[in-house]
Design a protein around this ligand. Structure first.
Ligand SMILES: Cc1ncc(COP(=O)(O)O)c(C=O)c1O
Length: 442
């Protein structure tokens, strides 16, 4: 098994497997992955985060902490999530075999529960009374509210007011779980502004609260800590794939918002040179329209929310407004380890438009009976194209980061496809379905 080494030198992650030699052993003690990451924050916040880093470093050396987390994975979240061979989809696409790591089957419907459980157990261990977080699609908010309810902590979730409207079912879920949802109407009223608001709230009371960030971004220790909690995806997937097929996949694909589900699955394969890794960013309405969130594709190196990474900004260094149909992907920054992996050439980052994501949303629903989250649909779309270009005899593993329950009303309202209700049981049926979608796209 492969585990990421962390600056905290976690024996948990090292004792069970070999330490990454080229891409692991990062970040360094200052939180840097090459030139990316670090901690560019005011002293008061730095002190609070150093306390979190110290507590995390201690916690992962404590067998009781690890045992509690692993038991929750098994008995509460439902891990291990399966790897599934999408036979029908593979047949009609007519190229490589397509497999899914089913993170959508986790309790609460996405991979976000993996780090939320870890973060909340840490907050409890540190004696905190309340956890605070931002959320975009509401999946991290729901996962954190769930973990807070489980452990008896108060929970405040900051969410852009546009996302509050768009992701109404998740807002209700958070409220039912006892979380306080604060609608943020600053700026673009989406994820970026929710992060600002959540950091501001954390600074007001770092003694009693802990900021539980929802992805692999932010100042240290968040990028490494969240990645470590998510690395369970890659560990499981690698072993399951070997058990199932006798080989490793030729390619692994994951969508990238901040980058936590991608880092989670990539961490299992980083040292396997023969496994190509692909991250998929949202091209929104098109890369030339300015309405996208393709940070690694079009961003410049800068500092956002206390860490250095690729950032979508203008020539004056002002952060640009971002957009994606998938609320969980519309962030103008990206986890620093992704920036590092891009520069190293270890991961290839591509894009997928809103339209392509919606097509994949319908295709996976009709072909396999799985309704994916719009975020995950970006990875599905890219993987289908990759399967076509790689051709037969290859195997593509996709991280299906979440399920689409939260998106069904939005899709039916804005992308109704009543004309395409016919079943697509055959290759011809699939082709005509895709042709209709193509016409719909134009
Ligand atoms: C289902 C799902 N997948 C992916 C993401 C993107 O986050 P990340 O890039 O951190 O995995 C989100 C964010 O909300 C999500 O809800």
């Amino acid at each position: 098994m492969h585990f990421m080494a962390t600056s905290t030198g976690s024996p948990l992650f090292m004792k069970k497997g070999k330490v990454m030699e080229r891409f692991g052993n990062l970040p360094d003690s200052e939180g840097f992955f090459g030139q990316y990451g670090g901690s560019f924050v005011e002293p008061q916040l730095r002190r609070a985060l150093d306390e979190v880093a110290e507590a995390y470093s201690e916690a992962v050396k404590d067998p009781l902490f690890i045992k509690e987390l692993e038991e929750l994975h098994t008995h509460f979240s439902g891990r291990p999530t399966p790897v599934y061979f999408a036979k029908r989809l593979s047949e009609v696409v007519g190229g490589s075999e397509i497999y899914f790591k089913r993170e959508d089957l986790n309790h609460t419907g996405s991979h976000k529960i993996n780090h939320s459980l870890g973060e909340v157990l840490l907050a409890k261990r540190m004696g905190k009374k309340k956890v605070i977080a931002e959320t975009g699609a509401g999946q991290h908010g729901v996962a954190l509210a769930t973990a807070a309810a489980l452990t008896g902590l108060d929970c405040d979730i900051y969410m852009g007011s546009i996302d509050v409207m768009k992701e109404a079912p998740n807002v209700s879920r958070m409220k039912i779980l006892g979380a306080h949802v604060i609608s943020v109407s600053d700026g673009t009223q989406t994820l970026n502004d929710a992060v600002d608001a959540a950091f501001a709230a954390y600074l007001k009371d770092p003694v009693n609260t802990m900021y539980c960030i929802g992805t692999v971004v932010g100042p240290m220790p968040f990028p490494a800590m969240v990645r470590d909690f998510q690395s369970v995806i890659g560990r499981e997937a690698r072993q399951q794939f070997l058990d199932m097929t006798g080989t490793l996949p030729d390619a692994v694909v994951a969508c990238v918002g901040g980058g936590s589900n991608a880092m989670g699955i990539f961490s299992g394969f980083l040292e396997d040179d023969d496994v190509k890794l692909y991250g998929v960013e949202p091209a929104g309405k098109g890369l030339k329209t300015g309405k996208h969130a393709a940070t690694l594709t079009l961003g410049k190196v800068g500092i956002l929310h206390g860490f250095k990474s690729y950032v979508l900004m203008d020539d004056d260094g002002e952060v640009l407004p971002v957009y994606s149909i998938a609320s969980g992907l519309d962030y103008p920054g990206v986890g620093p380890q992704h920036s590092f992996l891009k520069d190293m050439g270890r991961v290839v980052y591509g894009t997928c438009t809103d339209r392509q994501a919606v097509e994949a949303f319908y295709v996976l629903s009709r072909m396999e009976g799985i309704i994916p989250a719009l975020e995950s649909s970006h990875a599905v779309s890219y993987a289908v194209e990759l399967a076509k270009s790689e051709g037969k005899g290859k195997k593509v593993l996709v991280n299906l980061s979440g399920r689409g329950d939260k998106d069904i009303d939005f899709v039916m309202q804005h992308y109704p496809l009543a004309d395409y209700e016919k079943s697509v049981n055959t290759q011809d049926g699939y082709k005509s379905f895709m042709n209709k979608l193509e016409a719909f796209r134009r």
